[in-house]
Design a protein around this ligand. Structure first.
Ligand SMILES: NC(=O)c1ccc[n+]([C@@H]2O[C@H](COP(=O)([O-])OP(=O)(O)OC[C@H]3O[C@@H](n4cnc5c(N)ncnc54)[C@H](O)[C@@H]3O)[C@@H](O)[C@H]2O)c1
Length: 458
């Protein structure tokens, strides 16, 4: 088949896989190849058991794969044949040297750039899909312009705003697609090529074209704002608990103000996921680099409040369960960092599980999709932690349930039978405020939500 464009994506992760599947699905004229250094991951993308769970993803992968969507480990051939290369490798927080614990670790990104430089024999557009520190494109251009063989690379920024758990919906109907480019003839022409791809299904008023530095920075700022809203409501939840106010009612009253809006105002055990913390810390690092210490301090506190919220949850459990958790069995309902994903990266459940284990509790972890990742996260704590997809099995003979993830499944369980199977007094700590607290109380549970009055028989 004659394809009108060859698109390559380097990095077949939570972003690379779904974004390229959507492009292939919406643009049958393009050949889209996704490559990765991890052969096991590529094998999974080629199978019926995809490496990530996202509602709706199986269907779009199945309909495009083998026609115009391909997964491969042959990175060099992919690079040589591509007109446009999206780079979607991981950019974790640096764990060593200067900037350890704060700055982005750009080694994977730089290795990719050098590989593109070494292998390419024709000019290409390089798209920053990974989340990167502002000004990364400059470093990238320097590396990529060190060739003398006449090959030219135009770097554009196209950060991804999908949320895990709703990735397919977000990609199909995005709030906006952001494309940042140099304002030179070459930059503008590369920008237009990218616009042309998205214009296959995204309305023109949702495709935002900006300068390259604003694009890079906007992604970090968007995540910082989202995380800040969560930390803001969580900070107030702690005050609600001291003053008998109810965080749900406060959030509703505040969110009905159209200047504020009602999204992202659910108090919880804290935010997780691979991006929020790392992107805020990256922003903090950049601010400090430019001597903006007050600005850095401001954003750093968003992550501190998140840590405070997780620790508060554990100390509350300890206090109300008579100041000892040693030998007590606790069922954790959910381990993924949010519902509708199997991803546990930076999940608050990891921190809470480890703290409960430090208190010598015995844990039974239940999750519909994240058991494999949970087992890996807690591999050093076996055999004091066990795993089951069945929440009824997890709860049986437990002293307490700690709800960590807002999976719909947990709302509709038979809590009467769960209560009968538990050790009394039975405790339930709702870390997402999704359960019917009054009903649980009537069944006999001692109920501890976040930022709301407790309902206890003790
Ligand atoms: N996960 C999200 O929800 C999300 C959302 C928006 C943006 N992002 C950003 O997108 C980027 C990717 O995130 P992710 O969650 O998909 O990460 P991921 O870890 O799931 O995937 C990255 C993939 O890149 C591969 N890789 C690393 N170096 C490589 C190389 N040199 N050649 C080929 N493959 C290589 C890894 O093997 C891995 O499979 C990050 O910068 C992240 O901040 C993530």
């Amino acid at each position: 088949m004659n394809y009108s464009k060859h698109i390559l994506c380097i990095g077949a992760g939570y972003v690379g896989g779904p974004t390229m599947a959507m492009i292939a699905y919406k643009c049958p004229r393009y050949r889209v190849t996704v490559v990765d250094i991890n052969p096991a991951r590529i094998l999974q993308w080629q199978s019926d058991d995809l490496p990530i769970y996202e509602p709706g993803l199986d269907d779009i992968v199945r309909s495009a794969r083998g026609k115009n969507l391909f997964f491969s480990t042959d990175i060099e051939t992919g690079i040589r044949e591509a007109d446009i290369i999206f780079v979607s490798v991981n950019t974790p927080t640096k764990s060593f040297g200067v900037g350890a614990g704060m700055a982005a670790d750009l080694q994977y990104w730089e290795k990719t750039a050098r590989q593109i430089l070494n292998v390419s024999t024709t000019s290409k557009i390089i798209v920053e899909k990974s989340t990167l520190p502002v000004k990364t494109a400059k470093a990238m251009e320097r590396i990529l312009s060190s060739t003398t063989n006449g090959v030219h690379f135009e770097v554009v920024s196209n950060p991804e705003f999908l949320a895990e758990g709703s990735a397919v919906r977000d990609l199909e109907n995005p709030d906006r697609v952001l494309i940042g480019s140099r304002q030179t003839p070459g930059g503008l022409s590369a920008r237009d090529e990218l616009v042309e791809i998205y214009a296959n299904w995204v309305p023109p008023d949702k495709i935002l074209t900006v300068d390259i530095w604003s694009s890079e920075l906007s992604k970090l700022v968007a995540n910082a704002f989202l995380a800040q809203r969560i930390s803001s409501i969580n900070a107030i939840s702690s005050l609600c608990e001291k003053t008998d106010a109810d965080i749900t009612q406060v959030a509703r009253a505040v969110g009905m103000d159209t200047r504020i809006g009602n999204r992202f105002l659910n108090a919880s055990v804290g935010f997780g996921g691979s991006c929020f913390k790392k992107d805020i810390l990256n922003l903090v690092y950049i601010c400090r680099y430019y001597g903006l210490n007050e600005v850095a301090d401001y954003w750093e506190h968003v992550t501190r409040i998140n840590d405070f919220q997780k620790e508060r949850f554990v100390t509350n459990m300890l206090n109300v369960m008579f100041n000892t958790l040693a030998g007590k069995r606790i069922a954790m309902f959910g381990f993924a960092f949010k519902a509708d994903t199997g991803d546990t990266r930076e999940s608050p459940a990891i921190y809470i599980a480890k703290r409960l284990l430090e208190e010598q509790a015995e844990l039974v972890i239940s999750d519909p999709r994240a058991i494999d990742n949970a087992r890996d996260d807690l591999k050093d704590y076996l055999p004091r932690v066990s795993f089951t997809p069945d929440p009824y099995v997890a709860a049986a003979k437990s002293h307490a349930i700690a709800l960590m993830t807002e999976w719909d499944d947990y709302r509709y369980l038979d809590y009467e039978s769960i209560h009968r199977s538990m050790i009394k007094p039975a405790f339930i700590f709702d870390g997402r405020n999704v359960l019917d607290h009054r009903r649980l109380f009537e069944i006999g549970f001692n109920v501890y939500p976040v930022g709301k009055p407790v309902l206890t028989h003790l």
